[in-house]
Design a protein around this ligand. Sequence first.
Ligand code: NAD
Length: 480
Amino acid sequence: MKKILNYINGTYVEPKSNEWIDNYNPSNGEIYGKIPNSSAEDVEAAYQAAKTAFPSWSSTTIDERSRILHKIADLIEENLPDLAYAESLDNGKPLSLATQIDIPRATSNFKFFSQAITQFSSEAHESIGLNAMNFTLRQSIGVVGCISPWNLPLYLFTWKIAPALATGNTVVAKPSEVTPMTAYLLGEICTKAGLPKGVLNIVHGLGHTTGQAITEHPNIKAISFTGGTATGAHIARTAAPMFKKLSLELGGKNPNIIFADCDYDEMLKVTVRSSFANQGQICLCGSRIFVERSIYDKFKTDFVEKVNALKVGNPFDETTNIGALVSESHLEKVKSYIDIAKEEGGTVLCGGNKVAVEGFENGYYLEPTVIEVQTDQCRVNQEEIFGPIVTMMPFDTEEEVLAMANGVRYGLSATLWTNNLNRTMNMSKKIEAGIVWVNTWLLRDLRTPFGGMKNSGVGREGGMEALRFFTEPKNICIKY
Ligand code: NAD
C-alpha cells in the first residue's frame, strides 16, 4: 500500500498528527494508498521551514529562480509517463488525457513562469513640476498558501505554485486529499531540480483540518485557492478579517451558445469535448447548451448520436473517452441530478445510468448524459453538477439567450458559436463571465487573465496577473 508523506523542508516526513486517510483508485473503487491528515502542528512545521527559507529565496537572482523553475519543468516533462499514470490512477481520468493535457500543462506552467518572471518589472512615475520621483517595488509577500482541487490535480497545483515561487515567495501548499499523488511526486522533482529546502512545502490532508490550518495561520499572508464556491466563501470568511491577500477561483455553470450561422461540424465536435472532457469535471465545461431554434432538432439528433458513441471505460484503455468519476460520493451527487431533472420535467435524451466496466465493476462510471430542459431556471440548469451531464434547450433571440446565459449566480466562462461579427462583439461584451471563447473552447494562452466574476471567484490568475497577486507593491516617493 502506497504511503504518501508530507514534503517539508526538502524531505519527506510522516505527519506529526499520525492520522491517515484512505486513498481510492476510482477506476476500481479499491483503496490503494494512505495519505496524511495533517494537523495545525504539521502546517506549523511547514510554515517554519518556509519562513526560514524566505530571506534567501526572495533575494535569489531572477536568473537563478528562473533556471530552477525551468529545470522543474524539464523534469516533469522527463517523467511524463509516470506522472500521467499516477494522475490517471488517482483521479480516474483517461490516461490519454493525463498524457496529452494534464502533465504537459504542468510543464508549461513552470516553463511559462520561469520566463514571465524575467519580464516582470517595477514601475517609475516622475511627478513633473513637483520635483519628485516615484518608483514602485514589487516585493515578495513572504510565506503564501496554495490550495487546489481534484479535477486537474498537478495542472492546477502548479498553476499556483509556479508564479508564487517565481516571485520569490516561499510556499505551504495543499493538494486535494482526493488526488494527492502527483503533488507528492512533485516534491522529489523539486529536490532534484535544486530548489532549496523549505522553499516549497507540501502538506496533505482534509480541507477542514489541513486546509483550515493554512488559511487561519496568522503569518501565511496570501491564499490562492481553487475549488468550490461554498469552500471559497468559507475561506474568505476566515482570511478576510486577517487582511490576507486572496485569490479565489471557484465554480461555474457555463453557457454554450450556438447560433445557426456557426461552422456546424466544428461546433459539434468541440461541443462534445466541452461537455464531457475529463468526465465533465472541468470548471470551464459548457454545461448549459443553448441552441438557436432553427437548428435545434438537427443539433439534438447529431449531438446525441455523437455522445452515444463515446466509450465509457477504464482509464488505462486507450480507446476510452470517458473514464471514472473521482469518487463514489461525487458519483452519487452527480447521479442525483438525473433524478432531480426528471422530477423537474426534464427529458433524458441519452445516458443517465451507471456503467459496470468489465473487470472494473466497482469503479465510479457514469454514462455521458444529455438532458433537455423546459426552462433555464430549473435546478439542473442553475446548480453546478461538475460531472458528465449537460442540459440543452432552444432559444429564439439574442436578447433571450443573453438573459438565460447571465441568469445564474456563476460567471466563469462562456462559449459562443457564430460567424456574425456584430453579434460576436455585442454578446461578448454583455456576457457576464471572466472568459469568453468564440468558435473554440479551452484554447489557452497562459499570458491572459484567467478567472471568474460573480460567484465564480475574485481576482485573476495567469500571466502578469498572477505575478501581481503574489507581490506586494510598495511605492517610494523621493523629493529632489
Ligand atoms: P473543494 O472546494 O471541495 O476543495 C478544494 C480544495 O479546498 C481541496 O484541497 C480541499 O481540501 C480544500 N478545502 C476544503 N475545505 C477547506 C477549508 N475549510 N479550508 C481550506 N481548504 C479547504 O473543491 P473540489 O471538490 O476539490 O473541486 C471542485 C470544485 O472546484 C468545483 O466547484 C469546480 O468548479 C472548482 N474549480 C474551479 C476552477 C477555477 O479555475 N475556477 C478550476 C477547477 C475547479
